[in-house]
Design a binder for this molecule. Structure first.
Ligand code: HEC
Ligand code: HEC
Length: 248
């Protein structure tokens, strides 16, 4: 009887011996090993069933679950990642664990994470990247290798190029307002909440209306990029990167 008890105490103490792990990350670790560990490995470094999440740029760029949350909730069923039925608190814990584990990993292995991801990204195929660019990725709907993206590989260092096509810098949303009288105005969206909406029109004038008084349509030029984040496979990202690197 005593032996299992001692073992249990030792196991219970073990996690607290790691460098002060916040409570949410601790709960997340348990949850992760139950719900995700089978495919991603208990330490999140991957198995044959699922990728290494410590090398995932999506995990690295996640901010409070904004990128990881949708992957857990919706999964990528066609790519072997199931939707996992966790509630919001459990998702927040899992995200806290992944972030903590990322910090621990980079502390244990101080070589530059950019270098690591760069070496991995350079394993892609530029030809496959080009096909994705013109095909499934629909990049060519908005970009051209001889137009706006000409010389893009010279403009950014490789690691920054990766960040720029995955997460282009914020640019303003626009809105088209139709007033009760049927007048249409388009401009940069300045403010919007359930009660009011404001734009800066083409002449630089700030104009606002109660939301209920007008019809409006908001346009986010980066919506396509956010959507793409949930569609890319790792291979797509590596291939695209290899292709964009040829645009010197
Ligand atoms: C049945 C296996 C399986 C389970 C269970 C699973 N995953 Fe996955 N996961 C995958 C596979 C396979 C992919 C790669 C999908 C792709 O190529 O887009 C993936 C992708 C991901 C990604 C995206 C990585 C990236 O860089 O694009 C995240 C984040 C992720 N999983 C988190 C989780 C979390 C958190 C859990 C548990 C709540 C979980 N997964 C459970 C198999 C699994
Ligand atoms: C619906 C339109 C749209 C689609 C589709 C789209 N993008 Fe973009 N992309 C934008 C906008 C808008 C920006 C931000 C403005 C800018 O920097 O040019 C941007 C920015 C970028 C940048 C950064 C450019 C710079 O100079 O910093 C890269 C690289 C890029 N996109 C690559 C891609 C790739 C690769 C795809 C396909 C996988 C893609 N885009 C799909 C609209 C789109």
């Amino acid at each position: 009887m005593i032996y299992p008890l001692v073992l249990w105490i030792a196991l219970a103490l073990l996690p607290s011996m790691q460098s002060s792990q916040p409570a949410s990350a601790k709960r997340g670790q348990v949850q992760f090993s139950q719900s995700c560990g089978f495919c991603h490995g208990r330490d999140a470094t991957g198995t044959t069933e699922g990728p290494d999440l410590m090398r995932s740029s999506l995990v690295r760029h996640d901010d409070n679950g904004n990128l990881i949350g949708p992957v857990i909730r919706e999964g990528r069923p066609s790519k072997g990642m199931p939707a996992v039925g966790l509630n919001e608190a459990q998702i927040a814990d899992v995200v806290a664990f992944l972030k903590w584990q990322l910090d621990e990993t980079s502390r244990a292995n101080p070589s530059d994470p950019h270098e690591l991801s760069l070496q991995r990204l350079l394993t892609g195929s530029a030809g496959a990247g080009k096909s994705f660019f013109n095909g499934a990725g629909e990049c060519s709907h908005c970009h051209s290798p001889s137009g706006d993206l000409a010389g893009i590989a010279k403009k950014y260092a490789p690691a920054d190029l990766q960040a720029h096509f995955l997460y282009p810098p914020d640019i303003p949303k626009t809105a088209t307002i139709t007033t009760r009288g049927g007048k249409e105005l388009t401009g940069e969206l300045v403010y919007h909440d359930p009660f009011s909406i404001a734009i800066k029109d083409h002449d630089g004038w700030y104009r606002s209306w109660p939301s209920s008084d007008v019809k409006f349509q908001i346009h986010d030029p980066l919506a396509a990029h956010l959507k793409l984040l949930h569609q890319y496979t790792e291979a797509d990202v590596h291939n695209l990167f290899a292709y964009l690197e040829t645009l010197k």
